[in-house]
Design a protein around this ligand. Sequence first.
Ligand code: HEM
Length: 433
Amino acid sequence: MAQRGTLGRPPGPRGHWLTGNTRAYEADRIGFLRRCHREYGDVFSYDEQTVFVIDPGLTHDVLTRTGHSFVTELAPFDMRRDLDEATAQATAWMSARRATWPGLNRAASAAADDRTVEILDAVTAGDAGGEVDVLTSMRAFTARAIADYCFGADAPGVPGLLHDLIRATQPFTESSYEFPAWLPLPRHRHFFHASRRLTDALTAIVRRRRAAPAGQTQEDLLGFLLAAEPAMPDDIVTSTLHSVLMGGHGVPAAALTSVVWELARRPGLVGELRDEADGPASGTAAPSTAARLPLAEAVVRETLRLYPPAWLMTRTARTATHLGDWSVGPGDDVLLNAYLIHRDPRWWQRPDEFDPARWLSGRPAPGPACLPFGAGPRVCLGSTLAMRQLTLATSRLAQRFAIESPNASSVALEFMGRLAPAGLRARFAPLGR
Ligand code: HEM
């Protein structure tokens, strides 16, 4: 058997002499990756600097070694290219992340349950039973929900700024091409402008809170952070909340859009969810949504398996290192593909089938082959909150509406920044009861 790293760089398609594999990838991203997976196996090179990994064990290995052998990034700009700068940023972020974690734990997340439902009701009331673009509607919900979670009564204005920033981020997440941040491109200007406006608004909120009379602690994430870490500098508080707002907005909205896609095609399942929502356990103070709303939670888990919004995670090697028996060099990108792992028949029975029951059988999920929230030191910071919000929203939508979609059977998944069915439209028709 080969020793670690002794096989050299993994093989892969050579592609066009000038454009490499970019055109084939852009024409059909997932089709291209499936073909490469079939031809070259679980680890293959895309170009001289990029390697794809579709093996659960190796994926966990890379995610676990983030911070040592690999770096990741929070911003859309490629700070990873400056490996020392990326490492310094990561050290600062990891300490802020540790401080924030308890503010997003199970008890803290559960305290927001009622507000989650109120905000969803307000957003769907605004849709007034008319046909909507589902992703836009779900973003309106998740933006308000995460702004409210962070700032409570100080949240107004934040969802609009978040909306602008996500739109400004889109050109980066949709493109395979990277341009240096200093290039004066319109999309760079838009991004920096939107990011600065959000930062300025958050800074103003943080300063107002600090200036508030003692004893006026707020029951939100900012209140928690200021009480737990009074010495944390304002710019760190602001940038931490910036990351939480960004992480807690676009990705969960993409996941909810996929939930709606499934519900629109499964009126029988919607009926079962409605029965569960109206049933005796729904109003209990059970500590977990799995105890209260097991079917709704299973629908969310199955949706995250079939349509993981963060379908591709990127790491950059800090040093020369190994990927199992293969080797990569410093600066090489390693792309980890949750979507293909979640649909691999080696780990999942009937992998392409939407079957929430697989989460109700009591059998554990095949551990490393299930990573909608990532893994390792940079695992999703908001996974507990996200599971609660998504489960409550799934249950509530089924309880209150008949979900009708004119294009659920014709839309397709878009393998861009965040995986979601592209252009899904739906009407949430209030039930007359
Ligand atoms: C369905 C909902 C969600 C999914 C599927 C999801 C998925 C993920 C994944 C896969 C990562 C890791 C990315 C990587 O390793 O490259 C991540 C990171 C992150 N998520 Fe989530 N997320 C969700 C909701 C949320 C929510 C609600 C919040 C905020 C409360 C949040 C905040 C974050 C943050 C701050 C990070 C960066 C963590 C770090 O780099 O240390 N996410 N998320």
